[in-house]
Ligand binder design. Sequence first.
Ligand SMILES: CC(C)(COP(=O)(O)OP(=O)(O)OC[C@H]1O[C@@H](n2cnc3c(N)ncnc32)[C@H](O)[C@@H]1OP(=O)(O)O)[C@@H](O)C(=O)NCCC(=O)NCCS
Length: 182
Amino acid sequence: MPIGISLEREERLLTIRKAKLGDVPDLHRLINYYAGERIMLPRTLTDLYENVWEFTVAEEEGKLAGCGALKLYSQEIAEIRSLCVDAALKSKGIGREVMECLLAEAEGFGLKTVFALTVAPTFFEKLGFREVPRERFPTKVWRDCLRCDRYASCNEKGVTLDLADRPAHLPDSATETAEVSS
Ligand SMILES: CC(C)(COP(=O)(O)OP(=O)(O)OC[C@H]1O[C@@H](n2cnc3c(N)ncnc32)[C@H](O)[C@@H]1OP(=O)(O)O)[C@@H](O)C(=O)NCCC(=O)NCCS
């Protein structure tokens, strides 16, 4: 399971690591920015403190650049939640790097399947996910969707990835110049 990875990107250092307690205020701000745009579900500070260990973050120049969480449902299945990148830093590969760490973490747990409900299914499809009806994940629907005021008009798509189908991840020699683990 990856603990930390640092990448030099356009002479700026991007670090992908597990979240720390001190990240919670910034996680709260970032996630709730997109909740305000009605793209993601909001998270409370209490919820984030309770579940901070689920999060992987991207940090650039000491600032939170992106995040994503792996929520375990069973020995086989987990959900990718609260995946987002600072609006000013989108489309620079940060979302993909966070996802690669979350998927490696899922593999490390011995999970078989990860899924997400998302307004950005194409992003997930680029990482090997395929679209499925969200009813495939009744626990998620029961736990979160039925409590959501947008349930009836929800535009999120279900996407899923069988980890056994995931191609071996080869490092991109152009960008992965340093790897740090502790
Ligand atoms: C979706 C999100 C996490 C992607 O992160 P990112 O750093 O911008 O994406 P990347 O630069 O790593 O993109 C990886 C690939 O996905 C594509 N992609 C990124 N966002 C996309 C989107 N919204 N729709 C379709 N394709 C997208 C990129 O073009 C890129 O394709 P390429 O490899 O062919 O060049 C980010 O845009 C975001 O925070 N969006 C708002 C919140 C959100 O929608 N979260 C989704 C989970 S609920």
